[in-house]
Write a protein that binds this ligand. Structure first.
Ligand SMILES: Cc1cc2nc3c(=O)[nH]c(=O)nc-3n(C[C@H](O)[C@H](O)[C@H](O)COP(=O)(O)OP(=O)(O)OC[C@H]3O[C@@H](n4cnc5c(N)ncnc54)[C@H](O)[C@@H]3O)c2cc1C
Length: 321
């Protein structure tokens, strides 16, 4: 009999943990198992995890983990996984998560799928089938693990958090996995400003196939200029419709932006695209379809035709032609 049971979520970025919990909750319900989140350090977020789908919070407060050093995190998670034997571990595909996941897989002698864009149980509910983009973005391949725990990394913006349910509660468990001291020592740390290839990283207008003509693009470019923002298209708009430079598209196979304000216009919200702006501080989306997926990744939704909305916004910002 399979001794592995339970799904775990780990990311040092809280919002990403909530997105992973959103998908993991669906998987846990589908295969009828428990969902736990790994929390490192004293956390005030425990209730938030429960409200977003976690059944348990496995809390590690060992001060060695205060600074991310990959070997200590591998020790902690592998020691816990050897004790508790989860069947699936979802790790946020941040820079740290992408260092951690393959090393953890090697330590546990299991496989690792990086940057999954969808996950579903197989027909026997035995393994999770995971899709990822490969071949420079030209192919989507489906992976099935042959060992457990299955380890997968997921980038921001791929899955939506569940709608929070404040009546959900769970169990917080203090755990104390065995962790050796790191083999490297950080002598000092210096914060560097966020860098981006864009001219004006504080504001970006992202545009998609909702725009149909060159004059639509010109309208948005004028609006962006007034805002002091850059314009970045989706791949289809750039590559298929050729309405903007094809070197600059957004997403998995293009660039990722993380401005303070991202306004999306005529974008449906496919994971390949959303990953391109999911690190934005605030996302406002204009879409004429009230059920558009993009709204699940937006802080503010403007439902309507951008041909009407953009002139109104121009007026509001006091720059009407
Ligand atoms: C392997 C693979 C990799 C890919 N990689 C990327 C990638 O890296 N980057 C990328 O961008 N894409 C990528 N794609 C393509 C991506 O999946 C999208 O299909 C594509 O970018 C189109 O998305 P869109 O949002 O521009 O357009 P659509 O999905 O067509 O959505 C258009 C939206 O505009 C809305 N709309 C229409 N008219 C109006 C109006 N007048 N006012 C307001 N809203 C309106 C509609 O309601 C709709 O939601 C990839 C695809 C594959 C298969």
């Amino acid at each position: 009999m399979d001794e592995n049971d339970g799904i775990w979520v780990f990311s040092e970025v809280h919002e990403l943990s909530l997105e992973l919990l959103g998908k993991a909750r669906q998987l846990a319900d589908a295969i009828e198992t428990n969902l736990s989140v790994i929390s490192v350090g004293a956390s005030s977020k425990t209730d938030d995890y429960f409200h977003h789908g976690a059944d348990q919070v496995l809390s590690i407060t060992n001060p060695i983990l205060e600074t991310f050093q990959v070997d200590t995190y591998v020790d902690a998670l592998s020691s816990l996984a050897n004790q508790k034997k989860p069947e699936l571990i979802l790790i946020g595909a941040t820079r740290s998560g992408l260092e951690l996941a393959p090393r953890l897989a090697e330590r546990l002698k299991t496989g690792c799928v990086t940057e999954a864009i969808s996950m579903e149980p197989d027909a026997d509910k035995e393994f999770i089938l995971m899709d990822r983009v490969s071949m420079g973005g030209t192919t989507i391949e489906t992976h099935a693990s042959r060992s457990k725990p299955q380890i997968v990394t997921v980038a921001r913006g791929i899955f939506a958090p569940m709608h929070p349910d404040s009546s959900r509660t769970g169990e917080e468990i203090e755990v104390n996995p065995e962790i050796k001291s790191s083999t490297t020592k950080i002598l000092h740390q210096k914060t560097i400003p966020n860098s981006t290839s864009l001219r004006s990283p504080s504001m970006v207008v992202c545009i998609g196939r909702g725009l149909k003509t060159k004059s639509d693009v010109t309208m948005i470019e004028k609006f962006a200029e007034r805002l002091g923002a850059d314009v970045v298209p989706t791949r289809s708009l750039a590559e298929d419709l050729k309405l903007l430079s094809a070197e600059k598209w957004l997403g998995f196979t293009g660039q990722r932006v993380g401005p303070n304000l991202c306004l999306t216009c005529g974008i449906s919200g496919q994971p390949e695209t959303v990953s391109g702006f999911s690190n934005s501080h605030i996302v406002i989306s204009i879409n004429s379809d009230p059920s558009a997926r993009i709204f699940g990744f937006s802080d503010y939704a403007i439902i309507g035709d951008f041909h009407e909305i953009i002139p109104k916004l121009m007026k509001i910002i006091g720059h009407l032609d």
